[in-house]
Each structure stands twice: as C-alpha cells, then as structure tokens.
Design a protein around this ligand. Structure first.
Ligand code: DGL
Length: 270
C-alpha cells in the first residue's frame, strides 16, 4: 500500500446512479460501524448503454473523487463499471485503497457449486464484456454459461415497477428466453436486480438458485477489511451520498433501493 490507511476512514461506493444503493445498504447492514461515502453518477446513467471507454473514463474520475475523500476502500457497486473499468482502476490507483468489484464475489460463490449450466442476466455493457463467462470458465471449464442482456429491467426498477403486471410481463419475457432453459442457477448481474429477486425466484418456482450482488459482496468487503486489519471498531460519522446530477426524482427513488429516503448531495465533478 503506497498510502497509509486507517480503520476509521470511509468505504467509497459508486454506481452509475442509485441502483448501487442495494450494495451500500448490504454493506451498512453487515458492517454497521463502517462509514459509507456513496457516489451515483446520475449525470451519465445508464452505464449499460455506454461504451467500455466511456465507462472507464467516468469511473476513473469518480474514484479520484472518492480517494480525495480519503476512502480506505472503493467498492465498484455496478456490474457495467466492474466489467469495463476494474483493471484500469487498479492500474491507476492500486496501492492507494483496497478495491472490490461486484463480479468476482458472484463468480467465486457460483464456481464453488457443482452446477452444469448457469444463466447471467445483465445490462448490454456487462453482457458484451462476456466477463462472467470468461471468469467462470477459468474456474470451472466444463460449466455452460449463457448470458442475456436485459436492458429494460434497470429503468423499469428505477421507475418503481417491481411487483405489477408490467414488471411481471417484462420479467417473464426475458426469463423465457430459450438460452435460460434448464439452468441450475441464475446470476442477477446488475446491482438494480436484487429488487426483483423475488419475482425471478417465483418465475423459476424456486427451482433455480439465484445469486445477487448484495450479501456476497458485503461479505467480501468484510473479509478484505479484516485481512488488512482495517475494520472500523466504532463509527460515529454520518454516511454521505453524492450524485453528479440532482433531481427530486432521484431522491424519491432512493427509497426503492435503500428502504428509506436519503438526502442526496449534488456534486458536479465534471
Ligand atoms: N447498476 C448498473 C449495473 O450494475 C446498471 C444500471 C446502468 O445501466 O447504469 O450494471
């Protein structure tokens, strides 16, 4: 580590918008002593439709901001950014903080099982990167991995459609895709999707094992902080939530992802 890290420093968490609050929430519930500094890049969402180069550029700038806030760890709470930008972030900033992406914890959890076929649903950017197939096959070469882009799901969830006829129809349409026939497990490879986990489980009649990036990521955060002796023994500091573009509607939507409305602070880093 080039920078001396203190256990009282915050954990920086970022996403394209507010979907990554599902990950922040899981970390807060799992590690109540930790302070979170969250950055939602609402000026540029959705990342799922952006090129890998654009996502890398945005991510570099956000991490610079979070490092200036003295974060001891950066959690990339976005699959699109984890798949496009994790390597470049390490190239630029390794040694200045600990880094956690949301892809590896899911891959490790799934690869421990003896599945024959798994499905991955994600944004276009994550699907195009093929990162899950790549990483899973490295650990389990005989596994069949089918990835499906499901771009309507993130905006649908942000608009609050999770448990009604509209969301049911969209979810059913995607999950009926023949590429997902006979899967043993499905990875919800977008940080918005924990909100439709119940709908997905119901669609598969609880016969398919579902993985999302909340608890598995929170556990990896804990393990990594513990390993470096950086768990905060007692936090007294308030969490901070920044966005690169502010509208009242973003603030309303935090309720969907965080179980309570959060005050968002506008922070134009561009
Ligand atoms: N939360 C982002 C992810 O996990 C998806 C939303 C977006 O497209 O920006 O990929």
């Amino acid at each position: 580590m080039n920078r001396t890290l203190e256990n009282t420093q915050a954990i920086g968490v970022f996403d394209s918008g507010i979907g990554g609050l599902t990950v922040a929430n899981a970390i807060i519930n799992h590690l109540p002593n930790e302070q979170i500094i969250y950055f939602g890049d609402t000026a540029h969402l959705p990342y799922g439709d952006k090129s890998a180069d654009a996502i890398r550029y945005y991510s570099l700038k956000i991490v610079k901001f979070l490092l200036e806030k003295q974060c001891k760890m950066i959690v990339i709470a976005c699959n699109s950014a984890s798949s496009a930008a994790y390597k470049v972030l390490l190239d630029f900033f390794e040694g200045q903080a600990l880094f956690v992406n949301v892809v590896d914890p899911l891959v490790d959890a799934v690869a421990k099982q003896n599945y024959k076929k798994v499905g991955v649903i994600a944004t276009k950017a994550t699907t195009r990167s093929n990162i899950y197939k790549h990483k899973l096959l490295e650990l389990q070469p005989s596994l069949k991995v089918n990835s499906l882009a499901t771009p309507l799901l993130a905006p649908m969830i942000e608009e609050g459609y999770c448990n009604d006829s509209i969301s049911d129809a969209i979810i059913e349409k995607y999950l009926s895709d023949p590429s997902l026939d006979d899967i043993d497990a499905l990875l919800l490879a977008c940080t918005h999707y924990p909100l439709i986990r119940n709908n997905v489980e119901a669609f598969f009649k609880n016969k398919v094992n579902i993985y999302d990036s909340t608890d598995v990521v929170a556990k990896v955060v804990e393990e990594k902080l513990k390993h470096f002796d950086l768990l905060n023994p007692a936090n007294k500091k308030e969490h901070q939530f920044y966005v690169s573009d502010y509208t009242p509607s973003f603030e309303e939507t935090t309720q969907v992802f965080y179980n309570q409305k959060i005050a968002l602070e506008y922070c134009p880093i561009w």
